[in-house]
Design a binder for this molecule. Structure first.
Ligand SMILES: Cc1cc2nc3c(=O)[nH]c(=O)nc-3n(C[C@H](O)[C@H](O)[C@H](O)COP(=O)(O)OP(=O)(O)OC[C@H]3O[C@@H](n4cnc5c(N)ncnc54)[C@H](O)[C@@H]3O)c2cc1C
Length: 299
């Protein structure tokens, strides 16, 4: 079986971001990389949105950026502006395409479906797959979003609604958000902070339908795209060792207060690539005061 210098388990956001960072920094000219990814095909499955507080490699995958946003409660709507740090949404389909086409030019990079297809005994492994079932009774952010298209131009696409708490709270914290990509296209998401055991909160289709009709007053629309997910708002207790480094959500890259992960993944990738020659000896790294990357592994 073929041996590789580096193995990335999970070719999703973190795995591909790291592979891309290695590639653009010429770290895969002399080294080989296997990416273990079990999905059948790459297509848009997520929209990654975040405040762009630092630069990243994927500006060309941005659907739209905004500087204006509102936060709604049942009493009020507060309008705010952030000129310095725009809020951005990335199309995961464009992200996957960009990275796949870049990596396809390098014969040192190979994709496999299973780890047991290669010999990883001497490899440095970067893992982005949760290795065990996570605790459903803990706190999660779970959500479903739909991109809708309306026949008429009804959205103000210069302003997003970041959080609308004017909705049924049941036994959790609940809000909707609306990201207008154009005058007649918007991503509308229902988001809950709760445990994952309460299935009654997961009638997302109905929640979205009611919100769009009753709160946004939109009767006529078609759905272009649906995304659904659950992000643990707690750190999984996975251990790094000198040959296995957890990355992505499995590596504690989620900001627990908000679920934002995308930019932390980019920063982590840059850190790994900068230190790749000695990564097996790295014990601890702190990203400024914001996050300690190996928080779980060394505690
Ligand atoms: C629908 C959705 C929307 C999100 N939106 C945002 C957002 O707006 N902003 C933000 O900052 N964060 C967001 N997140 C959180 C986070 O950014 C994403 O989950 C991000 O994709 C995490 O990257 P990752 O590489 O850790 O996981 P993933 O991107 O899920 O990558 C893991 C990969 O491993 C593969 N895999 C799984 N099991 C195996 C196996 N056994 N063998 C081989 N491969 C396997 C999967 O197919 C997948 O490609 C969102 C999450 C979801 C689910």
């Amino acid at each position: 079986m073929k041996e590789f210098d580096y193995v990335i388990i999970g070719g999703g956001c973190a795995g591909l971001s790291l592979a891309y960072e290695l590639e653009i920094n010429d770290r895969l000219k002399e080294k080989t990389l296997a990416i273990i990814e079990n999905r059948k095909e790459y297509k848009r499955d997520k929209t990654w949105s975040f405040w762009k507080v630092f630069d990243h490699n994927f500006d060309d995958c941005v659907i739209k950026s905004w500087n204006n946003f509102t936060i709604n409660t049942s009493e009020n709507s507060h309008e705010l502006t952030n000129k310095k740090f725009p809020y951005q949404s990335i199309d995961s389909g464009k992200f996957y395409n960009k990275i796949s086409s870049k990596l396809s030019n390098n014969s040192n990079v190979s994709f496999y479906k299973n780890l047991n297809e290669i010999n990883s005994k001497n490899s440095i492994i970067f893992n982005s797959v949760f290795q065990k079932q996570l605790d459903k009774s803990d706190l999660w952010q779970h959500f479903q979003g739909i991109e809708i298209e309306t026949p008429k131009k009804i959205f103000d696409d210069e302003i997003i609604n970041l959080m609308d708490f004017n909705c049924d709270q049941r036994n959790g914290v609940h809000f909707f958000y609306t990201l207008p990509f154009s005058r007649n296209k918007a991503l509308i998401e229902t988001t809950w902070l709760s445990n994952l055991e309460d299935h009654s909160l997961r009638d997302y289709d109905l929640q979205l339908e009611n919100y769009i009709k009753n709160n946004l007053g939109i009767k006529n629309y078609k759905i272009n795209f649906t995304e659904k997910g659950a992000i643990p708002l707690f750190y999984p207790s996975f251990r790094n060792d000198n040959k296995l480094i957890n990355i992505g959500s499995a590596g504690g890259m989620t900001r627990l207060s908000t679920g934002y992960t995308f930019l932390n993944i980019q920063e982590h990738s840059k850190y790994i690539v900068k230190n790749i020659e000695k990564i097996d000896k790295m014990k601890k790294f702190n990203l400024g005061k914001k996050i300690s990357f190996f928080r779980q592994s060394i505690s």
